[in-house]
Design a protein around this ligand. Structure first.
Ligand SMILES: Cc1cc2nc3c(=O)[nH]c(=O)nc-3n(C[C@H](O)[C@H](O)[C@H](O)COP(=O)(O)O)c2cc1C
Length: 316
């Protein structure tokens, strides 16, 4: 499958695994690359030193391209960029901040740059800042979501209409039908998160994966809507936070209650009642844990079948 995105990144398939804290570590990122897609390490848990080690660990598992996602609010973001350049990583996706600061220096180093956006206005601004691709991330997606709450169904075509550079659709994609839909909406690749957690190679805790398998499409909720919206699977933590929000508690009180490390509590330690189980609405359609290679083959097969079926709609 050739699109502007596969050409740009030198990959066979337009399927990307997004950066995910504690989840998109070397084994998953390498497996996605080996399957023909592109995986992104998640810079948001690393220091310069630990990111360098994770890049080496990834290279030991694959000789295929991979990237790093750097949330710009992450305090060591500037140091991570230096490591990425030194280590000759070829793709960086930035999120949660303005791409203006780092895009010129990354591009000078020959790195392809993408930025994650929640609306068409920001997409046009990112194009102006010189990024190579836009990742349009809809509100169905897992993890931190935007205040805007625009769904992938509306966001993708709106962003595609606002820019000339290629667009990657993200949020709520976990089957070939959804990949075909993303292409119909104008995207030239998809970035998948939650579906890739339910794979053998993902190093996230088994309890976290089980929460995804057990969830229905109504099983996630956005907490912190007024100060730091995060889509996560309903549990003791999310219910408590929702209750505090309902009672009108301040952002500070709620943040103090949550404290630090709740994502690690769920993802690494496996306490999925008191930890933050970041996952998207697509959890409701995920019912198996499979090797990445098998998942990617299935996604491509489903996409083909769907596009063939649609092609037949006007023949009769
Ligand atoms: C557990 C988890 C952690 C995530 N962490 C990050 C992150 O650190 N930076 C980022 O840009 N996106 C992050 N995301 C978003 C993903 O990269 C991806 O865009 C999103 O999961 C796509 O939606 P989906 O989950 O419906 O596939 C995270 C998503 C999940 C599920």
């Amino acid at each position: 499958m050739k699109t502007r995105i596969t050409e740009l990144f030198g990959i066979d398939l337009p399927i990307l695994c997004g950066g995910m804290v504690w989840m998109s570590t070397a084994p998953l990122v390498a497996a996605v690359g080996n399957a023909g897609g592109l995986g992104l390490l998640c810079g948001g848990i690393y220091t310069a030193e630990t990111l360098a080690a994770e890049i080496d660990r990834t290279r030991a598992l694959t000789d295929k391209p991979f990237g790093v996602n750097v949330p710009l609010l992450w305090p060591p973001a500037a140091e991570l960029m230096d490591v990425i350049i030194e280590k000759n990583v070829k793709v960086v996706f930035t999120s949660a901040g303005s791409p203006k600061k780092f895009t010129p220096m990354l591009k000078d180093a020959g790195i392809k740059v993408g930025h994650v956006v929640p609306n068409a206005f920001l997409a046009a601004k990112c194009q102006g800042a010189g990024v190579d691709v836009i990742i349009a991330e809809g509100s169905e997606g897992g993890g931190h979501v935007a205040f805007d709450e625009v769904s992938t169904m509306v966001l993708t075509p709106a962003v595609c209409d606002a820019v000339d550079i290629p667009v990657i659709a993200a949020g709520g994609i976990g089957t070939g039908r959804q990949i075909a839909a993303a292409f119909a909406l104008g995207a030239e690749a998809v970035q998948i998160g939650t579906r890739f957690i339910a794979t053998n190679e993902c190093e996230g805790h088994t309890n976290f994966k089980q929460k995804i398998l057990d969830a229905k499409e109504t099983g996630t909720v956005v907490t912190g809507k007024k100060f730091s919206p995060v889509r996560n699977i309903r549990n003791t933590l999310s219910e408590t936070v929702l209750q505090m929000e309902g009672e009108g508690k301040s952002a500070n009180e709620i943040m103090n209650y949550i404290g630090m490390g709740r994502t690690e509590t769920a993802s690494v330690k496996g306490d999925v009642d008191n930890g933050n189980v970041q996952a998207g609405q697509i959890s409701g359609m995920i019912d198996d844990i499979v090797p990445v290679q098998a998942l990617v083959e299935r996604l491509i097969q489903e996409t083909k079948e769907c596009i063939e079926r649609l092609g037949g709609l006007f023949k009769s």
